[in-house]
Write a protein that binds this ligand. Structure first.
Ligand code: ZN
Ligand code: FE
Ligand code: FE
Ligand code: ZN
Length: 263
């Protein structure tokens, strides 16, 4: 079983279950290692689905409580950080706030549009699918190249509601994979996509094949927002990783990466 590094906590206000309960579920399933990466604070009041800046100490405490309750399970500390143009200074300051094991970089915003929010999905028609994809992948590339992140989250999240331009989508995937390769940043197979309207994991197999060829390090993560989602669809994700040419999975500790062979 892979490690599961993309787990949320109730501090983001749209997840349920304590980190200790997430850890108990990992132990039950035989997930050998987990890590929390809840939605990071922003420097200003920004939206209603992330921890507040003042809650960072509570976040560290919750993760420590899970560690104390499950001493045999390695539990890593991370954050899922939104990439916004001009956000570099904030992210650098966040990176010094705690002994993070990894930072996950995410693109959930195209400018002020939170495009993966179900209430804002109508904007795909005013914005245009092609333009949404162009803008999304430009941001994904700049996030990867920033060097601020260890793992890039749900690489083709923009497909969440089944919006996809025509033609060979490798025109979007190739520059994104190139950006990850240049920066030495890992990606994830995020199994949560299976349970969204698109009903596929992120990213697409074509993206994964290019990433495997380019030697991009891989993680397999559930993006669990409740304990029963820990390790969800991991056997399928492992199969997909192998089919696409991956031979190893990445592990993180203290922002250093190691590789473990895929069984
Ligand atoms: Zn979330
Ligand atoms: Fe996300
Ligand atoms: Fe997440
Ligand atoms: Zn996520």
């Amino acid at each position: 079983m892979p490690a599961d590094y993309h787990l949320h906590t109730p501090l983001c206000k749209h997840a349920t279950g304590s980190p200790t309960e997430f850890a108990a579920q990992a132990v039950r399933l035989g997930v050998p290692e987990i890590g929390f990466s809840d939605h990071s604070p922003m420097p200003m009041e920004f939206d209603d689905w992330r921890m507040l800046d003042a809650e960072v100490p509570r976040y560290l405490e919750l993760v420590d409580e899970a560690r104390a309750a499950h001493p045999t399970l390695p539990i890593r500390l991370g954050l899922e950080v939104d990439w916004l143009e001009g956000g570099e200074v904030w992210i650098e300051s966040l990176s010094r706030r705690a002994p993070w094991d990894y930072l996950i970089g995410s693109v959930h915003y195209l400018g002020d549009w939170n495009f993966d929010h179900p209430d804002l999905v109508a904007r795909f028609s005013s914005y245009g699918v092609e333009e949404s994809w162009n803008r999304y992948w430009r941001l994904f590339g700049s996030a990867a190249k920033s060097g601020l992140f260890d793992i890039m989250a749900h690489p083709d999240l923009v497909k969440k509601f089944r919006h996809r331009p025509g033609g060979d989508l490798r025109r979007y995937y190739e520059p994104a994979v190139q950006a990850c390769a240049e920066a030495g940043v890992a990606i994830e197979i995020n199994t949560a996509g299976l349970f969204k309207p698109v009903a596929e994991m992120y990213p697409a197999p074509e993206f994964l094949k290019l990433a495997a060829e380019a030697g991009i390090p891989l993680t397999i993560n559930s993006d669990a927002h409740s304990p029963q989602e820990v390790g969800r669809a991991f056997p399928q994700a492992l199969e997909l990783a192998k089919e696409c040419g991956f031979t190893h999975l990445a592990r993180f500790q203290g922002r250093r990466r190691t590789a473990a062979p895929l069984e």
